[in-house]
Design a protein around this ligand. Structure first.
Ligand code: HEM
Length: 181
């Protein structure tokens, strides 16, 4: 996982929960990186999972809820980092159509070691998109948090559900994004 994900997680924890919470969690995890993350470097996924696990225990918040809250925090930070010359979607639907083929593709072009998920559009109407999420990291709740946050950024009222999930043994998750009437 890229360091930029860790640096944003650190920023979220420090600003929303306090500097000492982050320091305690890093100390408890005994990470190879020692909690020093450089945004362009890659770090083992296990470090992210260890931090989330320790944070979940410390704050008494279920790990999946923390991951979703982090996704909500993360989207605007990543979104504003895309150069307008690369992609400047004017709507949520346009952004989702380019998520795999433009946004994550660009991330992989800039860093051949980057490991983005595959999030492809399975079906689409004016009011509903069904996305398929595939990743060994199984961070579908991160995706849900990011989608909810993107709805705010694009001023859309949306409902998001996940009728099919890899955590229940399926080979991918289905994320259904519905425009509220
Ligand atoms: C709603 C829109 C988006 C969704 C649902 C989404 C979903 C995700 C998820 C779930 C991951 C974690 C890795 C995994 O599951 O395998 C991820 C990683 C990543 N995404 Fe996205 N993403 C979105 C938009 C963006 C945007 C706008 C950028 C801007 C550049 C971006 C850049 C990245 C990067 C850099 C990583 C880390 C890759 C790595 O660790 O190697 N994503 N994305």
């Amino acid at each position: 996982m890229k360091g930029v994900i860790f640096t944003h997680l650190q920023e979220m924890v420090e600003t929303q929960m306090g500097f000492s919470v982050w320091d305690d969690v890093i100390e408890a995890c005994e990470l190879g990186s020692e909690g020093i993350f450089v945004s362009t470097f890659l770090y083992p996924d296990e470090e992210l999972f260890a931090i989330v696990g320790a944070l979940s225990e410390k704050a008494a918040i279920p790990a999946e809820d923390l991951v979703e809250a982090f996704g909500f925090y993360l989207f605007p930070k990543l979104h504003e980092s895309i150069p307008v010359s690369v992609f400047a979607p004017g709507s949520m639907w346009e952004m989702l159509d380019g998520l795999d083929s433009i946004i994550h593709m660009e991330v992989r072009k800039l860093d051949k070691h980057a490991e983005t998920p595959r999030i492809t559009v399975k079906s689409s109407t004016d009011n509903e998109k069904v996305l398929e999420y595939r990743s060994d990291k199984k961070l579908c709740r991160l995706a849900i948090g990011m989608l909810k946050s993107a709805a705010e950024v694009f001023h859309e009222k949306l409902s998001i559900s996940m009728p099919v999930c890899m955590h229940d043994g399926h080979d991918c998750c289905e994320l259904v994004v519905t425009r509220d009437a």
